[in-house]
Design a protein around this ligand. Sequence first.
Ligand SMILES: [Zn+2]
Length: 72
Amino acid sequence: MKTLKCDLCEVSAEGATFEEWMEALHPHYEKTHAEVMNDLNHTKEDTEKWMIENNARFDAVSHVHKNSNILL
Ligand SMILES: [Zn+2]
């Protein structure tokens, strides 16, 4: 399980995979960054760029060891 912060604020979400992390972050995004999600200028390319950037951020995060907050 990895913990990674939202790309826009300090709220973090958890997921074993990038897809899980995106799912976990989604309700927060809808609630807090609705203006970003509803941006009419937002294109498919923007979404793809977001996914590539955040997938890279997710990959860069170390897995959190079970029962501890120590990053390995
Ligand atoms: Zn956020």
